[in-house]
Design a protein around this ligand. Structure first.
Ligand code: FMN
Length: 172
């Protein structure tokens, strides 16, 4: 692992958090990093719902079988995409753009000493509808993922998952 890329390998999913607040300034910094992501034709179709209320986070987690830690986080960010703004109105561009924003967000979280975990929402329709209803998200906006964020109470080690067999040189 090239030490210049430590910030990439140090980003791990953190699922246990301290009972400590994450301030609005940090949340803004994280979202600014998210919105610096690449986006097809720079359409920036992403939208973010910042959920601080613990009860609401617990209700969202109710629809996420592997996302119960959202209730114990300091803040949840629901990353959504607006189909009307996505390049060509295509879901695939929306998902690619939102995924790029999520990775930027996760790298920012980790670089700031915070911890986060990506919780899958789309394409599970029951999760999409549950979150849409709770957060009053309009029909043309798709909740793609929920991100649980907090000060870490566990420290997964940096690691590489490099697999040489995944690399096809010149042709497949
Ligand atoms: C689309 C997507 C959905 C995910 N959903 C969940 C989830 O519901 N619960 C969870 O604990 N982790 C979830 N993860 C995190 C992965 O489990 C994690 O990134 C993977 O195990 C690699 O570990 P690392 O993030 O520590 O490198 C999700 C990741 C992605 C990209």
């Amino acid at each position: 692992m090239n030490p210049k890329l430590d910030f990439v390998f140090a980003r791990r999913s953190v699922r246990v958090y301290q009972a400590k607040d994450v301030g609005d300034d940090l949340v803004r910094d994280i979202l600014e990093a998210a919105m610096a992501a690449p986006s097809a034709v720079a359409k920036d179709p992403w939208e973010f719902v910042v959920v601080r209320d613990r009860q609401m986070r617990a209700e969202i987690a109710g629809a996420l079988p592997n996302g119960k830690m959202l209730a114990g986080a300091a803040v949840g960010i629901i990353v959504c995409g607006d189909l009307r703004r996505a390049h060509d109105g295509q879901l695939s561009y929306l998902l690619q753009d939102c995924s790029a924003a999520i990775e930027n967000l996760l790298l920012a979280v980790s670089s700031l000493g915070l911890g986060a975990c990506w919780l899958g929402v789309h394409p599970r329709e029951e999760r999409v509808q549950h979150i849409r209803g709770l957060l009053k998200i309009p029909e043309h906006v798709i909740p793609v993922a929920a991100i649980a964020i907090g000060w870490p109470a566990e420290a997964p080690k940096p690691r590489t998952r490099y697999r040489d067999s995944a690399v096809h040189r010149a042709t497949w």
